[in-house]
Write a protein that binds this ligand. Structure first.
Ligand code: GAL
Length: 683
């Protein structure tokens, strides 16, 4: 069971920056929040120079007044520790706290997140401000919880200050104990990279062709994650000690951080920052992109960390910094749609970012609910509607959880190794996109699961598991997956599975390594599909259907090792024309499929139909592609969310009558969901 936020009803809130506004505005702001049914605010996370204007001099007056006013308006407050924004006095006096690029350029004061996690001085100063704040605010009745830092590893997730090299060296010593073990794990005999003294070990530094040792690079990512967690732990321990009656969370999902471990080790639940428009401004060059709906992929990962979570920042308007991240304005209806997108995936507390658009600084185009002019606008009207709806449906939905029969598996080792390794990283990104998209279009709710220490029982919940290109795979994982298949599951692998061990070294064994015997195949030959080489087509055996240029990015040419392996498709061109590209083998109660390429949409569609995987709602609900469907459930009811991402109305057909709890109307037969509209059907 993962750690979830515990609320009796859905709650809405907003991020607020009192230090950026005249105090004459505060009361009107809080009054209007209250009128809009916003019950929570987050404050403080960037205000270090207000809290501690000079080293050792504290001034909590501004926030004391804000908290008293919040209490008066019955707003619950989440207090942020301000460690993402060290003040000028701090970095000026202690420049060793600054982060440094791999080239050795020091990131200076003037932005945020310009610090490193390793500097003992920075850790001391962060511990100090956290303790001062915790002691000062612990008894204020308005405060309910804390956010540690802000978006750990956002903006930048690599650190090369002197202190980082030292911390890495210690981490490596702790991990390997002996230089011999380190040299073995990193394969340093290759190109005479052998280390003979710990002092020779650094984080990767600039190298010829920017190509450091790949095993070293993988360990760098593991170190960054552990080091980020260690940095956060200092604050978590202080907050637990001083304010044990408050909960602790942090926000955002960023690179080189095992957010599952972070949450498990020190948080009460995880919080996420949801900006679906990021997906709209990227990924437009593919066929039928999911656009803002693709954000559900991230929300599915969040769900895997906390079934019920907080959205600490929900996009509230057009986004953009002065110089980057240029986003269009959300269309009328989209803010509400995106709020329910978060709720569908498990958010029980949704905080808009931010109350009012900043009139100065880097984020003058990152719009809050209110515009600069502070007059009523359509975004306020939309959030007001959501506030009313949360009051009416909130108790039903809070605490219910998302239901899925299909899971896509991921893991941090392959994520991190795949960032550097061009022979498997790009395959994973492409395949997960294709699977997620087609499952969305076919209305099949899907979980994204990070493989950590799951039990067989946890996997058995799924009828189908796709583990696309797990290059790194332990024997233990292979055993768990074998048991899953034997117990009745359907498991699908993609090209490049299982050829690396946990150090990222290639196994001297036929591919796909530890799952070769499960799949009953070996990879006889293989090629990257690159440059001018055209992806071969696939010929499906069950219907003689041919898909042109289907086998993309990489081709494993499969050799059948057992009679009971069925060839589902063969390659249609290249020197391996007619060779097996896709196989299936029944094992125990279940079946395992191996596909020798990266998955694309056409291949996924064919597989879903071949395996007869369909929407759990197929018997009673007809939906067009443009609608995302998902179910939040408890022991009493199912709540079927229908989210229309299109600017056109969606025609749906309910074969059994169901109540839309947002409007109280009964949906029976044909009806339409308006453009960007939402329905929640209870059954
Ligand atoms: C988040 C961050 C916020 C704000 C927002 C818009 O990443 O936590 O402080 O910067 O993005 O850029």
């Amino acid at each position: 069971m993962n750690k979830s936020i515990q609320l009796d009803s859905l709650q809405l809130g907003v991020c607020y920056y009192p230090e950026q506004w005249s105090d004459s505005l505060w009361e009107d702001d809080f009054k209007r929040m209250k009128q809009m049914n916003l019950s929570h605010i987050r404050i403080g996370e960037f205000a270090w120079s207000v809290f501690e204007p000079q080293e050792g001099v504290y001034d909590f007056d501004l926030f004391d007044r804000v908290l008293d006013l919040a209490q008066q308006y019955e707003l619950k407050v989440i207090m942020g520790t301000p460690t993402a924004t060290p003040p000028a006095w701090l970095t000026h006096k202690y420049p060793e706290v600054l982060n440094v690029s791999i080239e050795g350029v020091t990131y200076q004061h003037g932005m945020r997140r310009h610090y490193n996690y390793s500097s003992p001085k920075y850790r001391e100063l962060c511990a100090n401000i956290t303790r001062q704040m915790a002691n000062h605010f612990k008894n204020h009745p308005a405060i309910i919880g804390w956010q540690i830092d802000n978006e750990l590893n956002c903006e930048i997730s690599e650190f090369y200050a002197e202190a980082d090299h030292i911390a890495f060296r210690e981490w490596v010593q702790h991990r390997y104990h002996t230089l011999e073990a380190l040299n073995k794990a990193w394969g340093t005999v290759f190109w005479s990279q052998t280390y003979t003294d710990w002092e020779q070990v650094y984080l990767p530094r600039p190298t010829v062709s920017h190509s450091p040792n790949p095993h070293h690079v993988l360990d760098e990512k593991r170190f960054i994650s552990d080091n980020t967690i260690a940095f956060a732990r200092i604050q978590a321990e202080i907050l637990r000690e001083v304010a044990p009656h408050h909960w602790i969370t942090t926000n955002g999902l960023f690179g080189h951080l095992d957010t599952h471990a972070l949450t498990e080790e020190m948080l009460d639940f995880f919080s996420y920052d949801s900006y679906p428009q990021f997906s709209t401004i990227s990924g437009n060059n593919e066929h039928k992109p999911l656009l803002d709906r693709k954000w559900s992929q991230n929300l599915s990962v969040v769900r895997n960390i906390s079934n019920n979570f907080c959205i600490m920042e929900q996009q509230a308007g057009p986004g953009g910094w002065v110089n980057r991240m240029n986003m269009p304005a959300p269309r009328p209806g989209q803010l509400r749609l995106w709020t329910y997108q978060s709720v569908l995936h498990g958010a029980d507390l949704v905080m808009y970012f931010r109350w009012r658009t900043a009139t100065f600084g880097t984020e003058i185009y990152w719009h809050g609910l209110n515009d600069y002019h502070n007059q009523p606008n359509r975004r306020i009207a939309e959030a007001t509607q959501v506030g009313e709806e949360f009051v009416s449906i909130g108790e039903k939905i809070a605490g219910t959880t998302y239901q899925a029969n299909v899971a896509i598996l991921k893991d941090y080792d392959n994520d991190w190794d795949g960032e550097y390794d061009i022979w498997h990283g790009p395959l994973t990104a492409k395949s997960i996109n294709a699977w997620f998209k087609q499952l969305q279009y076919q209305h099949i709710p899907t979980d994204i699961i990070y493989l950590r220490h799951q039990t067989l029982e946890e996997l058995q919940r799924y009828q189908l598991i796709i583990y696309p290109h797990a290059a790194i795979m332990s024997e233990q994982t292979a055993m768990l997956l074998t048991q899953y298949v034997e117990a009745g599951g359907t498991l699908i692998f993609g090209a490049r599975t299982g050829y690396k061990d946990l150090n990222g070294q290639c196994r001297m064994a036929p591919m796909p390594g530890p799952v070769a015997s499960l799949c009953g195949i070996s990879v006889a030959d293989f090629t990257s599909i690159t440059g001018t080489i055209e992806a071969p087509g696939l010929l499906w055996k069950h219907n003689n259907k041919q898909i042109e240029q289907a086998a993309e990015l990489f081709n494993d040419i499969l050799h059948i090792q057992h009679d009971d392996v069925e060839v589902l498709a063969t390659y249609t061109s290249c020197y391996y024309e007619n060779a097996p590209a896709l196989t299936k083998r029944s094992q125990g109660q279940g079946q395992v499929l191996y596909y020798g390429a990266a998955f694309n949409e056409a291949v996924v569609d064919e597989l879903l139909s071949l395996l007869d995987i369909s929407s759990p709602l197929v018997d009673w609900l007809e939906l067009p592609e443009q609608v995302e469907v998902g179910i939040r459930q408890n022991e009493h009811a199912d709540y079927v969310f229908l989210l229309n991402y299109s600017d056109q109305p969606a025609s749906i057909h309910a074969k059994v009558p169901r109540t839309d709890i947002l409007t109280g109307t009964t949906i029976d037969g044909a009806t339409t969901i308006p453009a960007y509209g939402v329905m929640i059907l209870q059954s």
